[in-house]
Write a protein that binds this ligand. Structure first.
Ligand code: LMG
Ligand code: NDP
Ligand code: PMR
Length: 394
């Protein structure tokens, strides 16, 4: 506490406004219907739906008078089906913990959008997730073709899209040289920001068509991209500069860094998180009023044990969890972080759009403040426009 209390006065002052919104308090929107679909690899990606989702949804609607069916009493627009949530990177860490929390909730069908199909299936099984509550669909965010293919595959399932969670990320703190996506973008920004940007833009159409009571697009952010915090001031600091590297395509001919500087893996990750938080706000400004979709970002706490740190040096991986647990007190378990993100997905009281959520030490959610750069509307617009060009939307 000492560190946060002494270094983060502004964050602490907003804690007071925090209110508890436990996952368990969530109103029940849907009914239990048995869904099951398999996506597997043969020579090419194939999706076989054991049942037809579209007809399932209709069937569920027609059984609305069954006494065991739960209906939302807080919303006049009743939806008599489970919510469908796509979570990228649900094969480990925060994504898996969130998928598990939502699957166990009974109100959600989780589409696990993962680059390693077998790993995702095994992870879901090992987490004890019931097969009826999830579908694995292949998605490699390091390839724009894969993103487009994912969108086509998802649409083929006939499922409606109610919530999209952009969660997947990579972090290369020890890399001396950049690596690149299939489209030639520096990998951290390519996967964490550009792949998700295309995915979210494409799936916006699907979200718009959803009849679910609360449609949401959530992009996971982080404290380390926010220079208004102690964590955000540990070098190297996030800084998008004048975006000259992004404008140049992050390809290495000019620079693989957004600000046009020398490659630095830790900075590239933090820059990508700034892009994530800026894009959430830009989506909000452009689409919230027109679509009613809630756009949100969050810092779930420091989940010091996840695969995110897999390529860090062993000494770091050993010391980082106790450091966060006992010194900064910023540590949260994967399970707790999963509950927090699940809350942003499904809690009826977290419908405010354009918000960056955080949690205080009592695990109460509060609207946190972003750094100056991460809330710069002009920069957000520029990042949006440059990203559109890079992913072929403009
Ligand atoms: C870069 O290094 C890497 O080069 C890069 O590859 C990438 O990883 C990047 O941000 C990611 O970091 C950054 C470097 C900057 O960090 C380190 O080298 C430190 C690594 C330590 C990792 C955590 C383990 C810590 C071990 C703690 C020991 C635990 C057990 C001890 C028990 C003690 C009991 C009391 O790091 C710095 O430059 C650090 C200086 C940054 C200054 C920031 C300004 C404020 C700093 C205040 C810090 C006060 C901390 C003291 C704690 C007091 C506790 C009361
Ligand atoms: P993990 O490494 O455990 O999870 C990242 C997930 O992203 C994995 O499932 C991984 O797949 C997937 N992924 C990586 N590359 C791709 C790709 N090219 N295409 C599709 N999926 C991919 O890390 P975390 O759970 O910690 O990270 C989840 C989110 O939380 C990230 O957005 C991160 O920035 C954020 N975050 C994490 C914090 C922490 O302390 N850990 C703190 C704040 C935010 P695979 O399993 O195949 O490797
Ligand atoms: Mg950081 C309140 C203090 C706090 C918090 C909440 C975090 C979160 N960190 C804090 C403080 C410190 N960290 C201090 C004082 C140091 C210097 C010893 C420090 C160092 C540090 C390193 C080297 N921290 C790190 C790293 C990483 O490599 C991680 C990173 O920056 O990845 C991009 C990281 C993190 N610290 C955090 C969080 C949440 C991370 C994980 C990365 C993220 O997703 O943002």
């Amino acid at each position: 506490m000492a560190l946060q209390a002494s270094f983060l006065p502004s964050a602490l002052s907003v804690h007071k406004e925090g209110k508890f919104n436990g996952v368990k308090d969530a109103a029940i929107f849907g009914v239990r219907i048995s869904e099951n679909a398999i996506c597997d690899f043969g020579s090419s990606l194939r999706i076989s739906s054991k049942r037809n989702y579209a007809s399932l949804a209709i069937r569920a609607q027609t059984t609305a008078t069954t006494p065991s069916i739960n209906q939302s009493t807080t919303n006049t627009k009743k939806t008599l089906r489970k919510g469908n949530v796509v979570i990228t990177g649900a094969s480990s860490g925060l994504g898996l913990a969130t998928a598990k929390a939502l699957a166990e909730d009974g109100k959600w069908h989780v589409i696990m959008a993962c680059r390693d199909f077998l790993k995702a299936q095994q992870a879901a099984k090992a987490a004890g997730m019931n097969k009826e509550n999830y579908t694995v669909v292949h998605l490699d965010l390091a390839s724009l073709d894969s993103v487009r293919q994912f969108v086509r595959n998802f649409r083929q399932t006939g499922m409606k899209l109610d919530v999209l969670v952009c969660n997947a990320a990579v972090y290369f703190p020890t890399a001396k040289d950049p690596s690149f996506t299939a489209d030639g973008f520096e990998m951290s920004v390519g996967v964490n920001h550009l792949g998700h940007f295309l995915l979210a833009r494409e799936l916006l159409e699907d979200l718009k068509e959803s009849d679910y009571p609360s449609k949401r697009l959530i992009i996971v952010g982080s404290i380390t991209g926010n220079t208004n915090t102690l964590a955000g001031n540990i070098p190297p600091k996030a800084n998008l500069g004048d975006l000259r590297g992004l404008a140049g395509g992050l390809g290495g001919h000019h620079s693989s860094m957004i600000d046009g500087g020398e490659f630095d893996g830790a900075k590239a990750y933090k820059d990508s998180k700034v892009c994530n938080m800026l894009m959430m706000q830009e989506f909000h400004r452009r689409y919230h009023e027109e679509t009613g979709i809630t756009f949100a970002s969050l810092y779930p706490g420091c989940i010091a044990t996840t695969g995110l740190f897999r390529s860090h040096i062993p000494l770091f991986r050993t010391l980082f969890p106790p450091f966060q647990k006992y010194i900064t007190k910023g540590y949260v378990s994967e399970e707790e972080a999963g509950k927090r993100l699940a809350q942003v997905v499904s809690d009826p009281s977290l419908t405010k759009s354009g918000v960056y959520w955080s949690w205080n030490h009592n695990s109460a959610s509060f609207e946190n403040q972003l750094s100056q750069e991460a809330s710069d509307a002009e920069k957000a617009k520029k990042v949006w426009e440059l990203s559109e060009k890079l992913v072929g939307l403009a």
